[in-house]
Design a protein around this ligand. Structure first.
Ligand SMILES: Nc1ncnc2c1ncn2[C@@H]1O[C@H](COP(=O)(O)OP(=O)(O)OP(=O)(O)O)[C@@H](O)[C@H]1O
Length: 191
């Protein structure tokens, strides 16, 4: 995997007229994973958006070396197509193949994307993430809606990504368990 790094320096985030957090610095290099923890509404998703470059920090800076792939509630798939063709559209553009069996998607390829359950949508979103082969994974609540077996599967996927030299940043109020996982309590930077 290509060399990767993500660095946030003295980051502050404002949504509306509220500063959510300030003074947050972190650096992750290839092979490292960090769990950003904190209760609802503290700014975990907002931090992910700053790190992904989808929002501008109120203060501080973000530097990424290597492409970032974002996993959130929206799988970026055509809602009107069955899952198979919707994934195949991206499959023509994406560099990596997707392990449909491992993701539990192999039997769902003829189901329209809009009919997928919450957990199935999350699995589909994971398929898109894997297809992109981005070295930096930014995962916003990756376990939401997943059953126990799927939770194990996602943790194994993330652990493997890091073993292969990737970075994972996991924003979640749920526990996440992989070897060597660092932890950042967003509460410590809350305003
Ligand atoms: N566009 C916006 N304008 C103003 N405030 C916003 C906007 N988007 C989010 N917020 C507020 O910013 C705060 C942080 O939201 P965010 O989604 O980042 O929190 P979170 O920690 O990810 O929460 P959860 O655990 O519930 O997903 C919340 O109070 C939310 O209402």
């Amino acid at each position: 995997m290509e060399a990767c790094r993500i660095t946030a320096a003295n980051l502050a985030c404002r949504r509306g007229d509220r500063v959510l957090f300030a003074g947050l610095s972190l650096e992750l290099k290839g092979g490292q994973a960090c769990h950003v923890a904190g209760p609802n509404g503290l700014g975990k998703s907002s931090l992910i958006r700053l790190l992904a470059g989808l929002a501008r920090p109120f203060a501080g800076s973000v530097e990424r070396v290597g492409m970032a792939g974002l996993l959130d509630e929206r799988p970026a798939l055509d809602e009107h197509q069955p899952l198979g063709p919707a994934l195949a559209f991206w499959g023509k553009l994406d560099p990596a193949s997707v392990p449909l069996e491992e993701l539990g998607l192999a039997d769902l390829l003829d189901v329209p994307v809009r009919y997928l359950s919450t957990g199935q949508r999350k699995r589909a979103a994971l398929a898109r993430l894997i297809g992109q082969a981005a070295p930096i994974w930014l995962l916003d609540e990756p376990l939401n809606g997943l059953d126990a077996a799927a939770v194990e599967m996602v943790q194994a996927l993330v652990a493997r990504h890091c073993e292969n030299g990737g970075i994972a940043l996991i924003a979640s109020h749920q526990p996440f368990a992989i070897p060597g996982l660092m932890r950042l309590e967003l509460q410590e930077f809350a305003r």
